[in-house]
Ligand binder design. Sequence first.
Ligand SMILES: Cc1cc2nc3c(=O)[nH]c(=O)nc-3n(C[C@H](O)[C@H](O)[C@H](O)COP(=O)(O)OP(=O)(O)OC[C@H]3O[C@@H](n4cnc5c(N)ncnc54)[C@H](O)[C@@H]3O)c2cc1C
Length: 384
Amino acid sequence: MKQHADVAVVGAGILGLAHAWAAARRGRSVVLFERDARAQSASIRNFGMVWPIGQTAGRLHQLALRSRASWLELAASAQVWVDPCGSLHLAHAPDEQAVLEEFVARAPSLGFDCQFLSPAETQRRCPAVNLDQLRCALWSPTELCVDPRQAIGRIPRWLHERFGVQLLFGTVVRDINLPTLHTTSGQVWTVRQAIVCSGMDFQTLYPDIYANAGIRRCKLQMMRTIPQSNGWRLGTHLASGLTLCHYPTFQVCPTLTALRQRLASEFPEYLKLGIHVMASQNHLGEVVIGDSHEYDEAIEPFDKTDIDDLIITYLRRMVHLPEWTLAARWHGLYPKHPSLPLFVAEPQPGVMIFNAPGGSGMTMSFGYAEEWWERHFGPAPQPG
Ligand SMILES: Cc1cc2nc3c(=O)[nH]c(=O)nc-3n(C[C@H](O)[C@H](O)[C@H](O)COP(=O)(O)OP(=O)(O)OC[C@H]3O[C@@H](n4cnc5c(N)ncnc54)[C@H](O)[C@@H]3O)c2cc1C
């Protein structure tokens, strides 16, 4: 039996969901294919940090803010939990303070809305912050917290109920030759357009394109505590000096060079394992903790307990959690390109491959998808 749709989206990770929403809100009939019975890849394994403060000033930062607005719009309609909790970067050393001071001075001209906080002001934002050696912090109000497990579970159902998107989970797309699309279970679909957002699966569709894309694999280790008791809240996302070196935002600060040099000699094992320590708290009260970054040949199937120990040791310098008992440890993989935040290819007219090898798909996907659909098909109608 042949089935028809205007648009086929392959992959129900956040990037595929963003494209399915952008297409459906423009009146297209959409079918969404997902290999697994529920998406299990990077989009449910991440922190759930929507993190505009991590994006380079200019177009990428503006797209991140656009994504942020989309998350708030979607959350209200799809009953997805979102916390506009903002973020703190904590400084424990003079060179970390120097980077924050320099960034705050430049922030207005770069389009960032942030503030320099004293330790007492920092404690008002995050009562659990460890004041020992804390010198100051950078407050940014733009970051959101979502719970990936909840959001990635609910958004497909909402797309189905609100826009009639057909959901074909547990279905692998085997090949696409427009207007025909085949699945491994023998289904044949006729579609006008196909959007492929297959994340880390470089083997099933368009392996030749991926073989030459210059994309690496990156493995991240994560943990989460059991729910903190009695409604205890962290108050905001937490990051620190290691994070200043991780995201491109702070590269505009010449003071970063001295910080990098000091961290390289003081924390060599952290830099070797790509560890920068962050924490956030979801709606269940669990504190989500991470992360490390290991690439290609360094990636092993088994997780390293020394990575988790290094992360926890550093986090204890940053914050006093009432409850440190861990409920889960896991790892996730994402694609990483040395310079491209978004990889785009058009293997045949009407078929688009999108991949987000910048490691910030939760932050950027709605912005990327809306930007592309708007450029080619005009703005989405306002929700009525
Ligand atoms: C541990 C970790 C922490 C992170 N933290 C953050 C964060 O806090 N903030 C942030 O912005 N980003 C974060 N990221 C990055 C973010 O999670 C990713 O950029 C994003 O999830 C990528 O989404 P995606 O849809 O491209 O890929 P994926 O989530 O990998 O989804 C791709 C989907 O396609 C499906 N698929 C593949 N091939 C086929 C096929 N042929 N047929 C059918 N289905 C197919 C797969 O089953 C999969 O579900 C983190 C990533 C990790 C791993």
